[in-house]
Design a protein around this ligand. Structure first.
Ligand SMILES: [Cu+2]
Length: 119
């Protein structure tokens, strides 16, 4: 019987390792030619993980379907950008050319969360 417990324990460790170290959420790429609409609905940005080219200005289009005040602002703290998002309309947020790195964005209460990967 002890081997069953060993296997279960090993699988548990494998899942934990995968989740915390190996799992990388899929990213959606944005380029100048291929703009992207980010939907705000049910407490999540869709997509929330976005890949951008470095050193190029890029525009993101936010479409807020969530009327709750939580979704009202989108904030890019590292970039000093905060924009108000109208309900059921799209709003373009222009980003300056960015150096390589990760930049998070979120609503004012940090319930909506997303991340830009600039590469
Ligand atoms: Cu919020």
């Amino acid at each position: 019987m002890i081997w069953v417990i060993n296997i279960v324990g090993f699988l548990l460790v494998a899942v934990i390792v995968w989740w915390f170290w190996l799992y990388k959420p899929a990213r959606t790429a944005v380029t100048k030619e291929k703009p992207l609409v980010i939907l705000l609905e049910n407490g999540v940005y869709q997509p929330a993980h976005i890949q951008l080219p470095a050193n190029q200005p890029v525009a993101l289009e936010f479409f807020r379907k969530d009327a709750s005040p939580c979704a009202e602002m989108v904030i890019f703290p590292a970039l000093d950008i905060s924009e108000e998002l109208p309900v059921n309309k799209s709003k373009t947020v222009r980003l300056p050319p960015l150096p390589v790195g990760n930049y998070e964005f979120h609503c004012q209460m940090r319930m909506y969360r997303g991340e830009l990967t600039v590469a």
